[in-house]
Write a protein that binds this ligand. Structure first.
Ligand code: F6P
Length: 533
């Protein structure tokens, strides 16, 4: 099937995307879910390409793998775990069995504990030594930071609780800048770590504890923990009733739906958080039941496979024309690259095709004034994924939102349409140029066009649609990983750096020599130490 797809690509690759448009293309290469629309017509995919991709998906038994995931089978084979973040938003669904045990009662219990705690923090029944909490500091990194932080920014218009801050980096600058703005007597610190061993999080948690101890008599009473490791949260001194646990079948980068989302719940309130879960649940239902031709996550994945593994475009730009989605690209970098950046298949054999793409991006219109030059005229093709809401939250500034929408649509149109040499010559002639100078100047104004993009459009960025968007990308990652035959749910590639950092720390601190290190690393340690490290 891969060969058939490559042959098809070879046959169509020089065809202008614009030439594919007839009366029905925009409709036939779009998919709707309720009020959400994914338009993938501005790609070089045609009926035959899509058919081959769906055959590929069927050959990879994606339906069987999907059902195994939802059924709690241990599809994370290298860690022997189920993958059940979907259970965290299974609000109205039936039982979900792991090893014959229904996990749903536990999920509901934890969600209810989160609701009670978040409500108490918001209305002041749960307070600090100095009174009602004014600030909440979430200390966590990776999946214990990116999701709630992305969500808190995205849903800022719904935030009516205390101020929420996020500290992730081991760089002391991060925590210092946050704590400087907080009063320890009215600050709640949430230590978010699935394992409760992550170096950065533990170092920051200790720093926060020391900072609070200077002023607050019982600092532990102003801490809460989100973790699977109740023994370690207890050893840190956090009472069990302030610990919100979850199971190992929730992967870090898939965890914002449960306890890791507590800071987001405190910010926007339990009801809005529930709407976020409902959005995710709606996407799950769609993913499980819609025909592949109508299945948004599957189609988004197939477009991704087409661009990356078939057309050979190594990167994918995520371009939200929705400023509050400014952290979505960073969130997706972890979701997609930690999940599908793997070089071996499930059975331990080298992957014979490219792994998942490099994901990057920035909100529009800012990116337009920075890197879009390369996207339009550089020699590499960057498939672009636009996201845009019909309405913002600033009703009195709707005219500005309309400009935002116009810019989003203009970019995808410009990428597809381009500008020919003929058109560029005409522009230059109108400016009074002729001869060699006209040719030279016109060449700089040519846009190759036929650059692919997709657009995800939705009415407004509210909790429900954010839930749909996050679950859409999660399932897209699942489908791409299933087609590649890799394990999207482990992350062994982050381990080596962690081990070496542990070994290097005493060398940087001057307690150990660097003889065992290569000359470059030893030289850098010496340089940094001689300058104060
Ligand atoms: O190092 C990678 C990683 O394990 C991520 O997968 C995870 O989201 C992050 O670190 C944080 O882990 P934890 O929540 O256990 O502190």
């Amino acid at each position: 099937m891969w060969d058939a797809l490559r042959a098809h690509h070879e046959a169509v690759k020089d065809r202008p995307i614009l030439s594919l448009f007839d009366a029905s293309r925009a409709k036939e290469f779009s998919v709707r879910l309720g009020d959400m629309l994914l338009d993938y017509s501005k790609t070089n995919l045609d009926d035959e390409g899509r058919r081959l991709l769906i055959d590929l998906l069927e050959q990879a038994e994606v339906a069987r793998k999907r059902d195994a995931m939802f059924a709690g089978k241990p599809i994370n084979e290298t860690e022997g775990r189920a993958v059940l973040h979907t259970a965290l938003r299974n609000l109205d669904g039936g039982p979900v069995l792991v090893d014959g045990q229904d996990v749903m009662p536990g999920v509901h219990r934890t969600l209810e504990r989160m609701r009670v705690f978040a409500s108490a923090v918001r209305d002041g029944r749960e307070a600090g030594q100095g009174g009602r909490y004014t600030d909440v500091v979430n200390i966590g990194i990776g999946g214990s930071d990116l999701g709630p932080k992305m969500g808190a920014i995205a849903l800022a218009p719904y935030a009516d609780g205390p101020r929420i801050h996020f500290v992730s980096n081991v760089d002391p600058a991060d925590i210092a800048d946050v704590l400087r703005a907080c009063d320890p007597t009215t600050t709640l610190v949430i230590v978010a770590s699935k394992t409760f061993t992550t170096q950065e999080t533990m170092a920051n948690a200790q720093t926060a504890k020391a900072w609070m101890s200077e002023t607050v008599r019982d600092p532990a009473a102003q801490f809460a923990a989100l973790s699977t490791a109740s023994d370690k949260t207890a050893a840190f001194g956090i009472a069990p009733d302030r610990v919100f646990g979850f199971e190992d079948w929730v992967g870090g980068r898939y965890s914002m739906w449960g306890p890791i989302g507590l800071s987001l719940m405190i910010a926007i309130g339990p009801e809005a958080f529930r709407a976020f879960l409902r959005g995710g649940q709606a996407m799950d239902l769609h993913f499980r039941t819609a025909d592949w031709h109508e299945n948004m996550p599957a189609l988004l994945a197939l477009v991704g496979i087409w661009h990356n593994q078939i057309c050979g475009h190594a990167t994918r730009a995520v371009l939200p024309y929705d400023n509050r989605l400014m952290r979505l690209p960073a969130y997706l970098q972890q979701l997609e690259m930690e999940s599908n950046g793997k070089g071996v298949t499930m059975d331990g054999k080298p992957l014979q095709i490219e792994s998942g793409p490099i994901v990057w991006g920035e909100p529009g219109t800012n990116g337009q004034h920075a890197f879009y030059q390369l996207i339009h005229q550089g020699t590499r093709v960057v498939p672009c994924e636009f996201l845009v809401a019909a309405r913002g939250h600033e009703d009195d500034l709707h005219h500005q939102h309309q400009l935002l929408v116009a810019n989003a649509l203009a970019q995808s149109e410009a990428l597809m349409r381009g500008r020919t040499m003929e058109e560029a010559r005409e522009i230059m002639a109108k400016r009074g140029l002729s001869g060699e100078e006209l040719e030279r100047q016109a060449a700089h104004r040519v846009f190759p066009g036929s650059r692919p993009s997709t657009t995800l459009a939705y009415p407004q960025l509210d909790p429900f649609s954010l839930g749909q968007i996050v679950a859409l990308y999660e399932h897209r990652v699942f489908v791409e990983g299933a087609i590649l035959g890799i394990n999207s749910y482990d992350q062994w590639g982050v381990e080596l750096g962690k081990e070496l950092a542990g070994a290097l720390a005493p060398m940087v601190q001057g307690q150990q020599g660097t003889e065992s290190k290569d000359a470059s690393t030893a030289g850098l340690v010496a340089f940094l130490r001689s300058h104060g490290a």
